[in-house]
Ligand binder design. Sequence first.
Ligand SMILES: Nc1ncnc2c1ncn2[C@@H]1O[C@H](COP(=O)(O)OP(=O)(O)OP(=O)(O)O)[C@@H](O)[C@H]1O
Length: 302
Amino acid sequence: MITITDLYKRFNREDALRGVNLTVPEGQVTAFLGPNGAGKTTTIKCAMNLIYRDGGEVTVMGKDARELGKEQWQRIGYVSENRQLPGWMTVPKLMKFLRPMYGSHWDADFEKKMTKSFELPLKTTLSAMSRGQRMKAALLSALAYRPQLVVLDEPFSGLDPLVRDEFLTGLLELTDAEGWTVLISSHDIEEVERFADRVAIINAGRIDLQEDVETLRERFRSVELWFDEEPVLPLKGTLPETWLNPQVNGRTVVFSDTNYDEASSRAMLARFFPDSRRQEVRRMTLREIFVVLARSYRAQAV
Ligand SMILES: Nc1ncnc2c1ncn2[C@@H]1O[C@H](COP(=O)(O)OP(=O)(O)OP(=O)(O)O)[C@@H](O)[C@H]1O
């Protein structure tokens, strides 16, 4: 539903995006993750045609992002933390204002249901609402017309844990029922992990990986090895490149295997650490995988 090829974006002669290649497949939820300043918002803004791009191709719903028109916008729900809402309006006024723009796409029942479950005040103007309430109003205004493509840039900021949970559960039900395509950038990885089919990780303006969450979790393992005496790590560069952040902690060695395969990984452990008396290999959460990758990005940048 979104295809981005070799996307470049420069701000003040600094490259923010340096050849982004990203695919958001139809009917799937893609989590867009990356450290602060990696380029998530910039990529999304290029896809939503909110800023000019300096190079590359961006196709959204089969159209060049620069040519998105009313027909596409009626089917795209975009929410970002900084999206401006008319502060003088109340939620019912905002809904009344937006409804005609979406014609038959607008789902009044759905709008009512969401307004109720978000517990949005009906008489307060948007400018007098809390950040979380404004975020909920923004979500409401982007989802009430049941868009086919939902693009959420940090949608959870300002939402309390209960509302996040309700919002996610609602989104989950909807994506299951409607087959929506969702691109969601967030630092709340535990939340996103609950419903993401795919994950794309961006670092320093380039996509580092994009794959199914399950495939990613299948190939990452946290490895801990115990020794009778404090071990010495083999020289840098001699361990497999797929073992990230190897460290000695007292009498243990810990690292993350990014390409785990039961038989070959066990054989490599025996080869590099023949003295280890105990080995623990466990699956990692998406959050743990992200932290390990982010740490290695930081180490590479030094
Ligand atoms: N309007 C702008 N002017 C100058 N530089 C910008 C502008 N917008 C973004 N940048 C720079 O582009 C880079 C990517 O920023 P971007 O906001 O896309 O990152 P992000 O991954 O969304 O980060 P975060 O997780 O912190 O929101 C950063 O170095 C940022 O400073």
